[in-house]
Design a protein around this ligand. Structure first.
Ligand SMILES: O=C(O)CCC(=O)C(=O)O
Length: 331
């Protein structure tokens, strides 16, 4: 993949976002999809055995199967947590907490040379895969009536990515790379942003709810509604975001799922802003020998992190926005 053109870089610098079409190919997407189908095949029988699901829905394709499983589960995280590419950000880590640290997401997403070439165009050749990363698989909103929703499964509230980092990492140089696995349209809940907002300081964010401290948000009243710009992108394309760009996503009002991953890269050696979780050297001109190429090692780091955090008891991270707990705009 050629690096970004000067015109693309200028657009990114002026607007704080950039849409890049046609980055992942069919082979990348098929490998990722197969990994996810296999996770459902592995986890669904356990949910049936524990009485959480009545049937395996295996006659349906991935999209419909996932939606039907979520509809039936009382706790949607009983399946979603196996699909996310991060452990949950909870104040107490379960000893059996899960994530997908599989070889397809390692090879076809986080270490994909086409993605790294683009990230290198913006933050240079010393690329650390930052562990602030998620899988978002969002079923049609009308399929999830009466469910407790969050940004991994439904609309994402307004925020800046810098706001989710711990406050010892605010000067890092981090790029968000959002990868579309299905087309993202205004109807199915593509991302939206406020172009140029990266030139302002970090905004006030309301603290997360009790479930996940990552669910901080900028109150809608503080977003200039007339500037909101949708960022639709086709399957296989990327949206790049500056760490200070105000953004969120629309609701999925279509009848299909909207599936994406958000990855982040920062310059090697900088504090990741989520040091409790493991990242890795994805590309380095200075020290190519430090690049992690073994997906198994990456997976083991996640699981040993989980074991340590579970043994530790209380997990502390990003308490920055608690001070606005009682703010009138956060009600
Ligand atoms: O995919 C989404 O809905 C939101 C993603 C997002 O906000 C992010 O990557 O920071």
């Amino acid at each position: 993949m050629p690096k970004l053109t000067q015109e693309q870089l200028t657009f990114f610098n002026n607007n704080g976002y950039l849409i890049v079409e046609n980055v992942l190919n069919e082979n990348d997407i098929e490998n990722i999809r197969s990994e996810y189908e296999a996770i459902l095949d592995r986890e669904v029988p356990k949910l049936i055995a524990t009485g959480q699901l009545s049937q395996d829905y295996s006659s349906f394709g991935f999209e419909e199967r996932y939606t039907k499983i979520l509809q039936e589960l009382d706790d949607m995280y009983a399946i979603y947590q196996h699909l996310d590419i991060s452990l949950p950000l909870l104040h107490s880590m379960d000893a059996d907490a899960s994530l997908n640290a599989g070889p397809a997401v390692f090879k076809h997403l986080l270490s994909n040379p086409k993605i790294l070439d683009i990230a290198e165009s913006i933050i240079g050749p010393e690329l650390y895969s930052n562990p602030v990363q998620h899988t978002r698989i969002k079923p049609p909103q009308n399929a999830l009536a009466n469910k407790a929703l969050d940004s991994n499964i439904a609309r994402t509230g307004w925020h800046q990515d810098e706001a989710v980092l711990t406050d010892d990492a605010l000067d890092i140089n981090m790029l968000t790379v959002w990868v579309a696995i299905t087309d993202a349209t205004e109807e199915n809940g593509c991302m939206v942003c406020v172009p140029g907002s990266h030139k302002d300081a970090v905004s006030m964010h309301c603290p997360g709810n009790s479930f996940s401290s990552a669910e901080i948000f900028i109150p809608d009243e503080l977003i200039p509604q007339e500037k909101i710009t949708p960022m639709p992108v086709k399957k296989g394309g990327l949206v790049l975001l500056h760490q200070l760009t105000e953004h969120g996503s629309l609701e999925n009002n279509s009848q299909q799922i909207r599936w994406s991953f958000d990855l982040r890269y920062n310059v090697i050696g900088q504090n990741s802003g989520r040091e409790i979780f493991p990242g890795f050297v994805a590309r380095s001109q200075k020290h190519p020998e430090e690049v992690l190429t073994d997906a198994q090692v990456w997976a083991e780091e996640w699981f040993s992190t989980r074991d340590q955090l579970a043994a530790q008891g209380e997990v502390a991270f990003n308490e920055r926005w608690k001070k606005f707990n009682r703010h009138s705009l956060c009600a």
